[in-house]
Design a binder for this molecule. Structure first.
Ligand code: AMP
Length: 411
């Protein structure tokens, strides 16, 4: 017996009836970033493993255990991209985009890969849309990117969404806070989960994100980064908040917010949806002022976000729909078959959506097929060259010259 193939577990196939919803999310996002002056960029599906080790950070879950990494024939280590920001920054450096007028504003959409435990809203291959504003540290840029994700939420009508924001401070300011936090965690290491305990020295901030009960209790009393921001960081964060208020974008201040990637500095934000279960974040991001220099480029502050297409679709739960043709061409007499295929081709070239049976069925079978495809009109070719045009919904029928079909109002 032939072997049956299944996509590896956790890979979300997008079937034709779900494609309209998927496309709506991606196209709405693209329209939103393009009207704000963001160009669209596409980077390769895989990159040098080192890009993510350096960019995303060795201490993150993504790099420690979630990357699909393989060796190519030349012995190089490659990784299927787990996220989009490091690749976009790599492209920024590689193409000398620091010579362009700043900021450089980019948007992207594509597939991403993480070896996570698959569950609702968490897949091993998933789709993200994202934007990056690179080359300015102005709070106006933080405001603009947050506003774009807010526009996506309202344009798609995603229900139950809350914006949470926080600030991680600049890398320098954060260093002294991290020492304070590590001290606090060390003193209470017995109450922490093993995972958090192991990472006290390398990534203590992640303790805020733990769902381990004992850890959560410890973290309630933990010192907050927000209380350790220096003057410039605080001012920056205050300005971002003032702009959000002026722009009428509601938000909640979240002093425990952390993100799963190491590169963030200053502003971080997360859009969560109360219609989703455990995986409630539809999108999020923040500022990453150190990333481009870390990847070998000039000091370049930047801010951006990524949102999950599948998560948005789970929250929206759109009707599934399969495209149906405007008109279905059928024939009774075998001698009219060629006329039918030529007519369908002409109609399609003129931009009409025209259906035809390509399985060689008789008239009865063709009409059944027309019904199944949801065609709004059917034209049955007569042997005398004319055709019977039938409106499927009402059954009304009229005789026409098939050559006139493209000019008719088929609504
Ligand atoms: P991140 O790149 O981790 O900041 O995630 C940004 C967004 O991508 C999240 O808010 C989710 O909507 C989505 N996302 C991240 N990981 C997955 C996954 N494994 N499956 C589906 N969506 C994901």
């Amino acid at each position: 017996m032939a072997e049956k193939f299944k996509a590896s577990k956790g890979t979300a196939d997008i079937l034709p009836d779900a494609m309209a919803g998927h496309r709506l999310v991606v196209e709405t996002a693209r329209a939103i970033w393009e009207r704000a002056g963001y160009g669209t960029i596409e980077t390769p599906i895989f990159e040098d493993t080192g890009l993510f080790q350096r960019g995303v950070g060795d201490s993150t879950d993504i790099v420690r255990k979630e990357m699909f990494t393989f060796e190519d024939q030349g012995g190089r280590s490659l990784t299927l991209r787990p996220e989009g920001t490091a690749p976009v920054c790599r492209a920024f450096v590689e193409h000398g985009m620091s010579r362009l007028p700043q900021p450089v504003k980019l948007g992207y959409a594509g597939s991403f890969f993480r070896h996570e435990k698959p569950q609702a809203g968490r897949y091993r291959q998933f789709h993200q849309i994202g934007v990056e504003a690179i080359g300015t540290e102005s709070p106006l840029a933080d405001f603009e990117v947050i506003a774009l994700l807010d526009e996506l939420v309202s344009e798609l009508g995603i229900p139950g969404v809350t914006l949470r924001i926080g600030s991680l401070g600049s890398l320098d300011a954060r260093r002294s806070y991290l020492e304070v936090l590590k001290g606090y965690l060390r003193e209470r290491s017995g109450e922490l989960s093993e995972d958090v305990r192991e990472r006290i020295e390398i990534n203590p901030l992640r303790a805020f994100d733990s769902d381990h009960e004992g850890t959560a209790v410890v973290m309630e009393g933990a010192p907050r980064l927000i209380d350790h921001l220096d003057g410039a960081d605080r001012e920056h964060f205050d300005e971002v908040q003032a702009l959000l208020r002026a722009g009428g974008i509601e938000f909640e201040l979240d002093t425990t917010l952390v993100r799963g990637l190491d590169y963030y500095t200053r502003t971080i934000f997360s859009f969560v949806c109360d219609r989703l279960g455990a995986q409630s974040e539809i999108g999020g991001g923040g500022r990453y002022d150190g990333l481009i220099s870390q990847l070998g480029g000039p000091e370049t502050p930047a801010v951006g976000w990524a949102a999950g297409v599948e998560r948005i679709l789970l929250a929206l739960d759109p009707e599934t729909e399969t495209p149906s043709p405007d008109v279905f061409i059928a024939w009774a007499d075998e001698g009219d078959r060629e006329r039918a295929v030529v007519l369908v081709r002409e109609l399609r070239l003129k931009g009409l959506s025209a259906g035809i049976d390509i399985a060689g069925r008789n008239l009865k079978g063709q009409l059944k097929q027309a019904d199944r495809t949801g065609a709004r009109w059917t034209l049955i070719l007569n042997t005398d060259g004319s055709g019977e045009l039938k409106r499927m919904e009402t059954g009304e029928q009229q005789t026409i010259d098939p050559g006139d079909l493209a000019g008719l109002d088929l609504n």
